[in-house]
Design a binder for this molecule. Structure first.
Ligand code: DNO
Length: 378
């Protein structure tokens, strides 16, 4: 399971009792762009090992926006990233998860979407998101990115929303980076978006490949691999391009940097949120580059809305996914991604959205049961 570190409301003991052998974490206290110091990596590793688990997967070693934008400072920042790779390798870490989403990480419009059983899920509702963009963020030119019909629906959504619903929307969309308790402000987001200007998907991809071709040789030397997390949701947002959303994006990623250190954090939940992604087929195609797995499910529709379903429900056929993994028979680190907020976690504080203990424990138990069942059948 993922652990956000000492401030996480879910403890290492909880994670161990959920049946985990390994913890996925990051040094969230280190500002994005700074080198991860060896002593801090070592201290974190020791803490996890003392709790009876191992730490081999980092999620995430974030990539600075200046690298994503291709600014003049990128070479200096890439050198720092290379140094972090050397430092984590010294401590025995093997997989570095990162993403190349500009400005924001994952995005939802509702962090407390009620399920029929009373648990709460994460949801992305396109009309609400457009309402956020146009009426709350008030991004210049935002209206040009949507059809007149979409704008009408968003207008109706906003009109009929109560103050509380509007505030929940703003709160959900302005969540800071994962692991941070600091929310973005409207000004920060607008400024960051302006800095990207009208960057095309091609330029963003060139910047990703520039980064990878600089860090992968170091990763190879050090015996670690890079695992890019797909865009979440896998579609352009806030006028920004997305380049890790489709099978074709993944082909371009590997073609542009064939190093064996260039791989994927295959997130079935993020990829599965798009109707045009056939998740089991993508897993099959890119299997040899899958270095880390996030198993999660989404229930989606043709309008671009989705919510996070139970791990074995929703639109991604998790049994097919698991069959491919069992047949591959290679040890790949996996974590149950997200879980519903449920039972005692509903009243607990200090939990990060999607990362309660019990919902993830349920997901992990179901996934492990599915795996054991499939193994026994073949
Ligand atoms: C969301 C996570 C992502 C992921 C990063 C990787 O729950 O899967 O935030 O950690 O995108 O850099």
């Amino acid at each position: 399971m993922r652990w956000y570190g000492p401030n996480d409301g879910v403890s290492l003991r909880d994670i161990r009792q959920a049946g985990c052998t390994g913890v996925v974490t990051a040094l969230h206290q280190i500002p994005v762009g700074d080198v991860w110091p060896e002593e801090e990596i070592a201290a974190r590793r020791k803490q996890i090992e003392t709790a009876g688990m191992t730490w081999t997967v980092i999620e995430s070693l974030p990539v600075h926006d200046s690298i994503k934008k291709g600014d003049a400072s990128r070479d200096e920042l890439i050198e720092k990233y290379q140094q972090s790779i050397r430092n984590v390798a010294k401590e025995g870490l093997k997989v570095i998860t990162y993403n190349f989403m500009p400005v924001l990480d994952w995005l939802r419009t509702d962090l407390e979407y009620p399920m029929p059983d009373g648990s709460l899920a994460l949801r992305f509702e396109r009309a609400a998101f457009i309402a956020f963009d146009v009426f709350q963020l008030r991004r210049p030119q935002a209206a040009n990115d949507y059809t007149p019909e979409e704008l009408l629906v968003a207008d109706a959504w906003f009109d009929s929303a109560s103050e509380n619903q509007r505030e929940k929307l703003r709160f959900s969309c302005m969540q800071g980076l994962p692991g941070s308790t600091k929310m973005f402000t409207r000004e920060e987001v607008l400024e960051a978006l302006t800095e990207y200007g009208d960057m095309s998907a091609e330029t963003l991809r060139e910047n990703l490949l520039y980064f990878l071709n600089a860090v992968c040789p170091v990763a190879e030397e050090e015996g670690v691999v890079m695992a890019v997390h797909p865009d979440d949701p896998p579609m352009p947002v806030l006028g920004l391009p997305r380049i890790v959303s489709t099978a074709n994006d993944l082909r371009e990623l590997i073609k542009g940097c064939p190093s064996p250190a260039n791989g994927l954090c295959f997130c079935t939940g993020s990829l599965g949120a798009s109707l045009s992604n056939d998740v089991p087929a993508m897993l099959q195609e890119f299997m040899d580059r899958v270095y880390f797995l996030h198993l999660r499910n989404t229930a989606r529709d043709a309008q671009g809305n989705f919510f996070e379903a139970d791990h074995l429900e929703g639109d991604t056929d998790m049994a097919s996914v698991m069959k491919i993994l069992v047949k591959e028979n290679r040890s790949i680190p996996m974590r149950p991604d997200h879980g519903h907020l449920m039972m005692d976690d509903l009243t607990k504080s200090g939990l990060y959205p999607g990362y309660g203990a019990i919902g993830r424990l349920r997901g992990l138990a179901e996934l492990r049961g599915l795996e054991a069942g499939i193994r026994a059948m073949i």
